[in-house]
Design a protein around this ligand. Structure first.
Ligand SMILES: CC(C)(COP(=O)(O)OP(=O)(O)OC[C@H]1O[C@@H](n2cnc3c(N)ncnc32)[C@H](O)[C@@H]1OP(=O)(O)O)[C@@H](O)C(=O)NCCC(=O)NCCS
Length: 170
């Protein structure tokens, strides 16, 4: 979005007023995201004004992750060597936009950016898909509209890294 940039969360970022409509996601940004980053559990990227460097108007988190081979679609199971009991993936754990910016295309922009970061990382650290764990039916709808598919026996959705690569490699 013009006038805004996405950077890694820093203690100086103002986020007290952040409200996305889901309090659990607001609280995560305010009270837990910095701790998770220190522990290297997840990387939190925040969208802030380019010059002021605040306030946070949107964020997303990325982590390394894995899925048991029993929980991936059958056609995938056949493709991967049996020695892989778990399949490496990238978790897009959270994505949230402040309500004052809803419906302006920022959610889509950040989703594409998160997919691009995940794709670049997968060139150096293996990952066969981006996985999301939608907070509710609305969030699920949002991801499904971008091609995410359900993982069997779980509420999670995935988008294959091969498909993501096609978006960015000409
Ligand atoms: C879901 C969310 C990130 C979308 O952000 P946004 O900036 O409002 O979305 P955009 O303006 O980029 O919309 C992109 C597209 O998604 C659709 N969309 C937006 N929110 C949606 C929702 N909740 N359900 C289904 N579709 C949705 C839009 O209609 C738009 O479609 P179009 O391209 O065909 O017009 C935002 O509403 C939000 O922060 N919600 C609360 C937190 C949440 O549910 N996060 C989900 C991941 S856990």
């Amino acid at each position: 979005m013009v006038g805004f940039k996405t950077v890694l969360l820093h203690s100086s970022h103002f986020r007290t007023d952040f409200k996305c409509g889901k309090s659990v996601l607001d609280d995560y940004l305010k009270f837990q995201a910095s701790q998770d980053m220190k522990k290297r559990l997840s990387a939190c990227f925040v969208c802030v004004n380019e010059e002021l460097n605040e306030p946070v108007i949107a964020y997303y988190t990325l982590s390394n992750s894995s899925i048991s081979r029993d929980f991936i679609p059958l056609e995938w199971q056949r493709k991967f060597p049996k020695s892989y009991k778990t399949i490496p993936t990238t978790l897009l754990g959270r994505l949230a936009v402040d309500v004052t910016f809803h419906g302006k295309g920022l959610g889509r922009e950040l989703l594409v950016e998160a997919l691009y970061r995940s794709y670049l990382a997968s060139n150096e650290i293996g990952s066969v898909a981006v996985v999301v764990d939608p907070i509710d039916d609305n969030a699920q709808q949002f991801y499904v509209s971008y091609g995410f598919q359900k993982l069997p026996d779980s509420g999670k959705l995935f988008l294959a890294m091969k498909t993501i690569a096609q978006l960015f490699v000409s």
